[in-house]
Ligand binder design. Structure first.
Ligand code: 3H9
Length: 695
């Protein structure tokens, strides 16, 4: 008997307690232990078997760390089949999160009970695979095709109450899983309840699975796993159980071999690794109960909303009572959204807007704040003015944070007498929705201030990434490079519409020009003007079509016209007929003969520009690891999750080929396409970005 499953016999009941912290993942030892436990229970004459998890959860699924390695026996589907085949009554008692293979173990059991707070689901598609231990064969037999389709293709977690209504659970009871499980097993023995195998239940009648497959594939925007899972459900309906299990295994193994599976699992582990920084290991964050926000525009109001929802009290400073009132309106509007979605109750809404939020026009109101974030106009002199005032007012030890998206946080810190307390907290708009938070660490920022930034991000449910100081930090610096690459392709012959379409087909939620229209073209215009005023490198190419569009008053969606015409609504994107003539005029003025671009070349160049700059960002230590770049792009820039992030994508493409392309393009434009030293080094050493994640 392995220690991962602890066996005990209590009266007529054999108890198999999983003991594989932290989440009782179904690694080889656990699987082996379950099979041995069932065999021993049968030999020792038990009448029933109870399976439950010690610690925080029932099984959270197959051990994802084993994926990609050769599978080891006993395989999980066989374990579920063995459990189900037992002549004893098998009961699973669920708590925590019974996910994937965990729920499949429960479905292999004859009866299922859970505590009210238990959550369950089949989230395999979210990591690029599908249920592979009978989930697609047993669930439709239990709850029908429609409900199974929803559960399996969405991967969503279901609460115990809903699971009971759906028929996944037989009973919900308050208490510890062991106690409620033992009581239920005894109840079943006393009632001489029958052994009840789902595999022996009739399968639902087949439906038009080809149509379902197409619909799910379309909805997934390139994501394969949910559509392939439909084929598993089809097998349940069309084949005898044992053959359906074989088909499910084949489909599961097909998905296991995809790049999408690798990308999604990389994303899963990367987003858990970003917050784990060795330098913060034993560092306690500072107190964090009351925060201040300066500026109540879209960004400030979003930050305040997020803080309120995370249980912090907020004092928001605006320039005038009217502006403060407008800020309050924005925050209330945001919270109304949370109310409508059922995230907060009407009482909570009233408490947050009336008690937890204070509006003021005098900085003196910030004297007791533990942390203050400014979200004022993006200009150094304005920021310095704010920080000078904060330095004078805030209590010793208060964290002073800037939400700047590209300004030098060292320079901001230097205007205070306490640069060790100053940090950048770069939220993404709308701040109460977007999950990314860049934590920008300046030269003198104290470690416990960095830890406080991560603690704030944690409270707010953000994915926080550490970044160093440079123009644009991690995300905007890389964005600026790949956006420029797209702009250059337009000069050379591509159209904004072809570029958007090619990148949307690659998996981006929106192409760069549609994003520009959404964010406001005036933002990029201001940046270009600033860069020209600062003096652009003479080797950089320049163009005027984008400025002319703005000069004509076309700022994108907010003015109804940008690269696209939105007169028929935001979703009906029609190319703006003024755009191509402006581009053609630029090409003519620069003596450029436009050439054809294939969609493949567009993606390749765009991605290479992204990866090359990302390699510089890592090489310079602005991002500590390649995975920090991946998470930044995934959560802040609409990068397709199933590709894992740009660094993971580059590893899967092969770094030598990518470097060779960059070098070949550098022959025409050596300034833009200069290879990043880190990329050259990795290729020379035969290493990957992921190797750096493990260093
Ligand atoms: C599957 O089951 C396939 C089968 O159908 C067929 C097979 C043949 N494996 O997230 P947390 C680690 S596919 C290994 O921070 P939380 C995690 O990395 C699987 N490790 O905590 C972290 O490690 P560390 C289907 C896992 O409370 C630690 O546990 N199941 C696994 O915020 C704590 O995790 C899933 O997809 C795993 N399966 O959330 C469930 N799960 O401390 C995936 C977690 O070293 N997991 N770890 O950083 C989750 O959704 C969340 O982790 C969970 C807990 C909700 C369980």
């Amino acid at each position: 008997m392995t220690e991962a499953i602890v066996y005990e016999k209590i009266g007529d009941i054999a108890v198999l307690a999983a003991n594989n912290p932290p989440v009782n993942a179904l690694g080889q030892a656990v699987r082996q232990g379950l099979v041995e436990g069932i065999e021993r229970a049968e030999k020792e004459g038990a009448k029933a078997v109870l399976i439950y998890g010690e610690g925080r959860t029932f099984f959270a699924g197959a051990d994802i760390r084993e994926f990609g390695k050769a599978p080891t026996e006993p395989f999980l589907p066989d374990v579920c089949t063995r459990i189900e085949a037992s002549p004893l009554i098998v009961v699973s008692a669920l708590h925590g999160t019974a996910l994937g293979g965990g729920l499949e173990i429960a479905l292999g059991s004859h009866y299922r009970i859970a505590v009210p707070k238990a959550r369950m689901g089949l989230p395999e598609v979210l990591i690029g695979v599908m249920p592979g231990a009978g989930g697609t064969q047993r669930l439709p037999r239990l709850i029908g095709i429609d409900k199974s389709l929803d559960v399996i293709t969405s991967g969503r977690q279901i609460g115990a109450k809903e699971a009971l209504e759906l028929g996944i659970l037989d009973k919900v009871a308050e208490g510890e899983p062991r106690e409620i499980g033992l009581a239920y097993a005894q109840e079943l023995i006393d009632a001489a309840a029958p052994r009840r195998a789902i595999s022996e239940m009739p399968a639902p009648e087949p439906v038009d699975f080809d149509a379902l497959y197409d619909a799910v594939l379309k909805k997934g925007r390139g994501l394969l796993a949910p559509a392939v899972a439909v084929r598993g459900i089809q097998a349940c309906c069309e084949l005898p159980f044992a053959e359906g299990m074989k088909r499910e295994r084949e489909l599961f193994m097909e998905l296991m071999a995809t790049d999408q599976r690798q990308g999604l699992i990389h994303a899963f582990f990367a987003e858990r690794a970003v917050g784990k920084l060795p330098e913060l290991k034993d560092v306690e964050p500072r107190q964090l109960a009351a925060i201040g926000v300066i500026g109540g525009g879209t960004m400030g109001a979003g930050i305040a909303t997020s803080a309120l929802l995370s249980g912090l009290t907020v004092t928001l400073i605006e320039m005038s009572p009217e502006a403060a009132e407008a800020a309050k309106g924005r925050i209330s509007g945001n919270l109304q959204g949370a109310l409508k979605r059922g995230k907060i109750s009407p009482e909570k809404f009233a408490e947050l807007t009336e008690k937890a939020l204070t509006l003021a026009t005098d900085y003196a109101a910030l004297k007791d704040a533990d942390l203050v974030i400014e979200a004022v106009f993006e200009e150094m002199s304005v920021k310095k003015d704010v920080f000078t005032k904060l330095d004078a007012i805030c209590k010793p030890g208060a964290v002073l944070a800037s939400n700047t998206s590209y300004l030098d946080v060292n320079e901001i810190a230097a205007c205070t007498s306490r640069p060790e307390d100053v940090i950048g907290l770069h939220f993404f708009s709308p701040a109460h929705v977007m999950k990314l938070l860049e934590i920008v660490v300046a030269d003198k920022t104290a470690a416990d201030v960095v830890a406080t930034g991560f603690a704030l991000g944690g409270k707010m449910g953000k994915v926080s990434v550490r970044a160093g100081v440079c123009d644009g930090f991690i995300g905007n610096r890389i964005l600026s490079k790949y956006r420029t690459c797209a702009d250059y392709m337009i000069l050379d012959g591509a159209s904004p519409y072809q570029i958007d379409a090619a990148l949307e087909a690659f998996g981006f939620a929106m192409g760069p020009y549609a994003v520009g229209d959404l964010a406001g073209l005036d933002i990029g215009w201001a940046v270009r003007k600033r860069k020209r005023a600062e003096g652009m490198d003479p080797r950089a190419r320049d163009f005027t079509y984008a400025d002319k569009l703005c000069e004509d008053g076309h700022f994108g969606q907010k003015t109804g016209m940008g690269y696209y015409d939105y007169s028929a609504g935001a979703k009906a994107r029609v190319p703006n007929p003024e755009v191509m003539p402006l581009i053609e005029a630029d090409r003519a003025a620069q003596g450029i003969t436009p050439r054809e671009f294939t969609d493949e070349e567009i993606v390749r160049r765009y991605m290479a520009a992204m990866v090359n700059e990302a390699a510089r960002v890592v090489g310079e230590g602005i991002a500590k690891r390649p995975l920090d770049v991946d998470v930044t792009l995934l959560y802040g820039y609409g990068f397709p999750r199933y590709r894992g992030g740009p660094m993971k994508w580059a590893d899967m493409q092969g770094l030598p080929g990518l470097l060779a392309d960059i070098k070949s393009w550098a022959q025409d434009d050596p300034y833009f396409w200069e290879p990043a030293p880190l990329l050259e080094k990795l290729v020379a050493e035969g290493r990957s970005f992921d190797d750096l994640n493990k260093d």
